[in-house]
Ligand binder design. Structure first.
Ligand code: ATP
Length: 321
């Protein structure tokens, strides 16, 4: 899956403008405001995490993008124009739970997807057959090509959902908890596939409750709460670099910083004899590591600090709890 289906106009791929969606289920109950004037723009070629506590409005946002429900007010634009049926060929969607007819066969699902969208790489029957075979091989389902959907294990169904979302080479990929229910090995494959899709320049909206996916896969994040956008930003700006050193407590580290003229740390976590220092950037962390090693201290870890963004994002969930 290396080519893109067609050249789309420049500019943002997806814009959500002042979208409001209210659900009224019962005249005796108050209306449920699922989205209260949400606006957001996806940067092209970037992976954006769509975050928020249960009931925040994430699924409603996805359903609106896909045109499964209509907004009460506001609009969803794809390449600057209202979302149309034709736009849907450029979109891939992996729902959290796929609802496919149990009697369909695995290969049939993928063939149907190609027939529906007729992407340029699969216009003839031969191309479609080759594309289905290659995709099944990629996701490790070749042996199950003729299995009925109803007989698939959860992991197999997730892999099929991924294949279905990507086989037509979408430019916008919407993933709802893609790794849910997968064993560790399958999970690793799934994250690798997302990474590969990112490298191809696909714009991705990733709805997840897993902070590790945010820190390792996403460029941007948006946080919804009660239908409002409460935070957004660059993941990189919220991560940093951390190092762990043994044998120095907070007082010892402060003294060491003074004598060695080292920059201040952003956060310090103490776990027994181990101190974990977090820095905004690589330079600060590297100066500390060099000074500590020079003085004979044991630096046990040096690398990306994902905990900062985890803690920042968790604070939005805590406010809701
Ligand atoms: P979760 O993380 O639990 O999946 P979410 O962020 O996806 O939550 P939504 O499913 O978008 O949240 O729901 C937002 C709000 O809208 C909730 O209060 C929910 O009860 C309500 N809601 C969503 N769909 C409907 C519907 N079809 N009818 C009535 N209320 C709905």
């Amino acid at each position: 899956m290396t080519e893109t289906p067609a050249t789309l106009p420049e500019g943002p791929l997806l814009q959500i403008e002042q979208v409001r969606k209210v659900f009224r289920t019962d005249v005796f109950k108050p209306a449920q405001v699922a989205l209260a004037g949400l606006s957001l723009t996806l940067r092209r070629g970037q992976c954006t995490a769509l975050l928020g506590p249960n009931g925040a409005g994430k699924t409603t946002t996805i359903r609106l993008i896909l045109g499964l429900i209509a907004p009460d007010s506001g609009r969803v634009l794809f390449t600057g124009r209202p979302m149309s049926t034709a736009s849907k060929q450029y979109i891939g969607y992996m729902p959290e739970t796929a609802k496919l007819p149990a009697s369909l066969q695995v290969a049939e699902v993928l063939r149907q997807q190609l027939l529906l969208f007729a992407p340029p790489h699969a216009t003839t029957a031969k191309q479609r057959r080759q594309c289905v075979e290659a995709t099944l091989a990629e996701v490790g389902l070749s042996q199950h090509a003729h299995k009925r959907i109803g007989r698939l294990s959860k992991g197999m169904a997730r892999r099929l959902a991924w294949a279905q979302a990507t086989i037509h080479r979408p430019q916008l990929l919407i993933l709802d908890e893609p790794a849910s229910g997968l064993d560790p090995l399958a999970r690793r494959s799934m994250l690798g596939w997302i990474q590969a899709e990112k490298s191809r320049g696909t714009t991705i909206l990733l709805c997840t409750h897993e902070m590790l996916q945010v820190s390792t896969l996403c460029d941007d994040y948006v946080v919804l709460r009660r239908g409002h956008l409460v935070a957004s930003g660059l993941v990189a700006a919220s991560t940093g670099v951390c190092l762990s050193v043994s044998g120095l407590g907070e007082t010892g580290l402060s003294r060491f910083a003074l004598t060695e003229e080292l920059p201040p740390w952003r956060a310090l976590r103490q776990d027994g004899f181990l101190a974990e220092l977090s820095f905004v950037d690589y330079d600060g962390a590297a100066m500390w590591a060099a000074a500590l090693l020079r003085k004979g201290y044991v630096v046990t870890r040096f690398g990306d600090d994902y905990r900062a963004i985890e803690e920042q994002l968790l604070s939005y969930y805590l406010e809701e709890a």
